[in-house]
Design a binder for this molecule. Structure first.
Ligand SMILES: NC(=O)c1ccc[n+]([C@@H]2O[C@H](COP(=O)([O-])OP(=O)(O)OC[C@H]3O[C@@H](n4cnc5c(N)ncnc54)[C@H](OP(=O)(O)O)[C@@H]3O)[C@@H](O)[C@H]2O)c1
Length: 242
């Protein structure tokens, strides 16, 4: 009987729920962090307030860090698009909440998760669920694009740091492609004024081009199992659809 652990942010719904469900079905222990915290394996945190969330995350990780594991998977998955539109016209509080949720909170989450399991000698992978938006500038998405780009470089730098340690965590950026989740519904609900490319996203949905969260989660599991992927890599689910 193997003892494997998945810790992720945003496991209440969407891609995070699909990852959690998939790994639970494979016998992994799962812990997820979200605001709605709807599962027995959920911890309630609001990542738009990373200062308040961090002690809750660390407290929940402490008992897991005290146990022996055969494999550990850590996934920074939670993210939001709102507010969409040119940032100069947006409420400063909403702008800050976006930056906190999309950049500060994932950095704090990854730091806490890596620290908790740094001494474990088992196979350890850290995934940053990124986006094509990390490399593509989409008008109306400057906050989201900026956070995803910054996080990717944070993860590459973390990977270099980890490579020098006795029990490194393999830190990888993932572009998951387009997934049929609430986030895509939020995109389609945007005004053309806030998000000029909204029509293309509506067309993609109507053309059936969005992948189900379960299909993307299965591709991510193949990716995690791929030993050719080294720390600092940027992987795309496209290449792991099976
Ligand atoms: N969907 C796509 O096409 C697509 C494409 C590229 C990249 N991605 C990336 O994939 C990841 C997952 O996206 P998704 O499509 O599954 O989105 P989703 O369906 O909207 O789910 C977002 C998840 O993040 C959590 N979350 C959001 N704000 C939070 C907060 N303030 N505090 C705690 N948790 C919070 C939500 O939980 P609660 O609401 O319960 O808090 C939920 O579990 C994101 O990083 C996204 O950028 C998605």
């Amino acid at each position: 009987m193997t003892n494997r652990l998945l810790v992720l942010s945003g496991g209440s719904r969407g891609l995070g729920l699909a990852l959690a469900s998939q790994y639970r079905a494979l016998g992994w222990e799962v812990l997820e962090f979200s605001r709605s915290a709807p599962h027995p394996w959920s911890v309630k945190v609001d990542l738009s307030d990373p200062g308040a969330a961090d002690p809750l995350v660390r407290a929940a990780l402490a008992p897991l860090a005290a146990r022996a594991w055969d494999e550990i998977l850590l996934v920074a998955n939670a993210g939001v698009l709102a507010p969409m539109g040119p940032v100069s016209g947006k409420d400063p509080a909403a702008v800050l909440a976006n930056i906190h949720t999309n950049y500060a909170a994932p950095v704090m989450f990854m730091a806490a998760a890596v620290a908790a399991f740094q001494g474990h000698a088992c196979r350890k992978t850290l995934l940053n669920i990124s986006s094509g938006a990390a490399q593509r500038s989409l008008p109306g998405w400057s906050l989201y694009c900026g956070a995803k780009a910054g996080l990717e470089h944070f993860v590459r730098t973390l990977a270099v740091e980890q490579a020098a340690l006795p029990h490194p965590v393999r830190a990888i950026n993932i572009n998951p492609g387009v997934i049929d989740t609430d986030m895509q519904a939020d995109i389609r609900a945007a005004s053309a004024e806030d998000f000029p490319a909204v029509g293309a996203f509506i067309q993609r949905k109507n053309a059936g081009e969005l992948r189900s969260p379960a299909v993307v989660a299965a591709a991510i599991a193949r990716m995690v199992a791929d030993d050719r992927l080294e720390g600092g890599a940027r992987a795309a689910t496209e290449d792991y659809l099976g």
